[in-house]
Design a protein around this ligand. Structure first.
Ligand code: 5GP
Length: 187
């Protein structure tokens, strides 16, 4: 529980505004306050910043937890998607590659492209020379996805590698994002 004085209010508001302005929300440390209670005190335009801050902290915690199991060889949710044990909206599939819509889209088009056979590729950092062919196939599949989704004139391909980049599933995957104006630098 934190006592909120007018000065701490304005300090927080400035913090939230500058975090958004400089795109550093992902890297911000978790402040120790009850963001829900504080949001009742803040003007409406600050609520989105608060929400993003709290979602980002969850993301970082989840990513750290996922990283702890990264090298155990444990299967991931993507194995179930490949086996069609859980449903997904498939955008493209061939013998080696599967592309499906992300359950939590970060853009109007957000497709995840994965190798059907993980072969040690829990993350890009595990890539070896022998993986060259599948890495090329994944990138080419990303282009096919962009074509199918009608975003060839502007799309982004992202690989989150490790907890520092908020990787949450340890089965190598490319995010294909588009359908809106992308900003640079990314968060
Ligand atoms: P990462 O955070 O590891 O870079 O990306 C993992 C992605 O997988 C996230 O964007 C997340 O939304 C997506 N994802 C996780 N579980 C599921 C699921 O069950 N179905 C689908 N379609 N996407 C998922």
């Amino acid at each position: 529980m934190v006592a909120i004085s007018p000065s701490s209010f304005s300090i927080f508001r400035n913090y939230a505004a500058s975090a958004r302005a400089f795109g550093i929300v992902r890297a911000a440390r978790a402040p120790s306050f009850n963001s829900h209670r504080l949001s009742l005190l803040l003007p409406p335009h600050s609520h989105r910043s608060l929400f993003r801050l709290s979602a980002t902290n969850d993301e970082e915690a989840n990513a750290k937890a996922a990283a702890a199991n990264a090298d155990t060889g444990a299967s991931t949710i993507f194995d179930k998607i490949i086996a069609k044990e859980i449903p997904s909206t498939i955008v493209y599939e061939d013998e080696k590659v599967l592309a499906f819509k992300d359950i939590n889209p970060q853009a109007p088009v957000h497709v995840v492209v994965i190798p059907k056979f993980r072969d040690g590729l829990t993350q890009l950092a595990k890539a070896e020379a022998r993986h060259g062919e599948i890495l090329g196939q994944l990138l080419y599949a990303a282009k096919i996805v962009a074509e199918k989704e009608g975003i060839l004139d502007g799309f982004r391909v992202v690989i989150n590698n490790g907890p520092g980049a908020c990787q949450s599933v340890y089965h190598l995957h490319l995010h294909v994002l588009g359908g809106r104006q992308m900003k640079w630098p990314p968060g």
